[in-house]
Design a protein around this ligand. Structure first.
Ligand SMILES: Cc1cc2nc3c(=O)[nH]c(=O)nc-3n(C[C@H](O)[C@H](O)[C@H](O)COP(=O)(O)O)c2cc1C
Ligand SMILES: [Fe+2]
Ligand SMILES: [Fe+2]
Length: 394
């Protein structure tokens, strides 16, 4: 199905309620949408395609409005296959449609797809007339990849922002911010930002500044995932600004793994002490909490505490994996506290410490290492650490 957004501008995207894991990593309990937009003017342009398996449904959405063989321009804001997977299918229908994207995207296109379509590489802020409507292309480096751009219709003041301002969650026939459940959108866009874009927070900040500095009017923000914002487009801009900004939340999150409960016992003791200091504290056992939720909860936690048993001289695998996310996603800096238990030589906590210090995180003292269960000395350390964390969060 399609929906009209403005005169001659249509939503022709699709819902994905089948994929279990986005990027084969992140849970999609409410699905995800691959948004695509059709602009019908003297020239016809389509913005983004969809993920490959949804290509037929997408083409049928276009067919409800125009014959896809009449398309003049295929505008690709971003080359990731959730937006370009259907490119070979549309190319078969319109091998002469011109693909419009950044010079960097051209290189990726030729590496991904063997299709004959001509191309137009656009410079930052370059414009393209479709007749009565003018498209302006705004390069948006690393939102989400280095080749990404946004597309803006000058006359309608609609910004097609691509992955930026997107959200998980399929649309199920509803499209606009005044039609959807915004509580769910808020949760699902925060989880989307945290899992997909955390590494690029400074580019989110730069992108927001760039769009604001252009001084263009924005009546509608139409991202490539999730709802279209027409009632309050600045809502999502402000949220993204806050979520990618430097201010941490005054809370402590304890993330740990455990096989037989010794690390768990330590985590619980620390939690109790922190609650005694009035700290907002939550716990994630990595064997039970879903990783995207753990990342969403920790990415802006004022203090992060990580606990691990030693497992074959290394950190427990799930904890090791989480710490690699903290480093790989370039979590904003804030103090990290560490604790762990071991049966003989240990090594888990030490390896976590080295990894995190190499990534320039400040490690809080004391670092707690228990031989087996926590005993008097470690129980005192737990109290001392809780006090330091509470002081830091004041
Ligand atoms: C599969 C396995 C591998 C382990 N490898 C090590 C090790 O290499 N070095 C060490 O000091 N302890 C090792 N231990 C002992 C645990 O680190 C220790 O019992 C710890 O207290 C377990 O914490 P937990 O009860 O939170 O799982 C190992 C335990 C298991 C079950
Ligand atoms: Fe992307
Ligand atoms: Fe995407």
């Amino acid at each position: 199905m399609h929906r009209e957004i403005a005169k001659g501008v249509y939503y022709v995207g699709v819902d994905d309620n089948l994929t279990d894991l986005f990027e084969n990593l992140w849970k999609l309990p409410f699905g995800v949408s691959y948004n695509s937009y059709l602009i019908v003017d003297e020239k016809i342009a389509v913005i983004e395609t969809v993920k490959g398996p949804w290509s037929e449904e997408w083409l049928n959405n276009i067919r409800e409005v125009v014959d896809p063989s009449k398309i003049d321009y295929i505008i690709l804001n971003h080359m990731e296959p959730d937006h370009t997977g259907a490119l070979p299918d549309i190319s078969e229908i319109v091998p002469n449609a011109t693909i419009v994207y950044t010079p960097f995207a051209s290189k990726i296109r030729h590496s991904f797809y063997d299709i004959p379509n001509p191309e137009k590489k656009v410079a930052d802020l370059e414009e393209l007339s479709l007749g009565s409507k003018t498209l302006k292309f705004v390069h948006a480096k690393f939102l989400h990849w280095p080749e990404t751009m946004m597309t803006y219709i000058v006359e309608d003041e609609i910004l097609f922002s691509c992955d930026a301002f997107g959200a998980f969650g399929s649309l199920n026939g509803k499209l606009f911010d005044d039609e959807v459940n915004m509580d769910l959108v808020e949760k699902e866009s925060m989880r989307y930002v945290s899992t997909i874009i955390t590494s690029y927070f400074k580019f989110v900040q730069a992108g927001i500044k760039k769009v604001k500095d252009l001084g263009i009017g924005i009546k509608v923000i139409a991202p490539s995932h999730g709802p279209v914002y027409r009632k309050d487009p600045m809502w999502v801009v402000d949220k993204y600004d806050e979520w990618s900004g430097p201010d941490m939340v005054k809370k402590c999150v304890i993330v740990y793994g455990t096989m037989y409960g010794f690390t768990h016992r330590t985590a619980i003791m620390l939690k109790k002490e922190l609650l005694g200091h009035g700290v907002d504290v939550r716990l994630h056992n990595l064997s039970y909490s879903e990783l995207s939720q753990v990342i969403t909860d920790t990415v802006r936690a004022g203090v992060l505490v990580i606990g691990t048993p030693t497992y074959d001289a290394f950190p427990y695998p799930k904890v090791w994996g989480f710490v690699n996310e903290v480093v790989g996603k370039r979590y904003p800096k804030r103090p990290i506290a560490l604790f762990g238990t071991h049966g003989w030589g240990g090594g888990g906590v030490k390896k976590l410490r080295t990894q995190l210090e190499n990534a320039k995180f400040e490690i809080m003292e004391p670092v707690i290492r228990c031989h087996g269960r926590p005993k008097a000395e470690e129980i005192q350390q737990i109290k001392d650490l809780a006090k330091s964390i509470a002081d830091h969060l004041k």
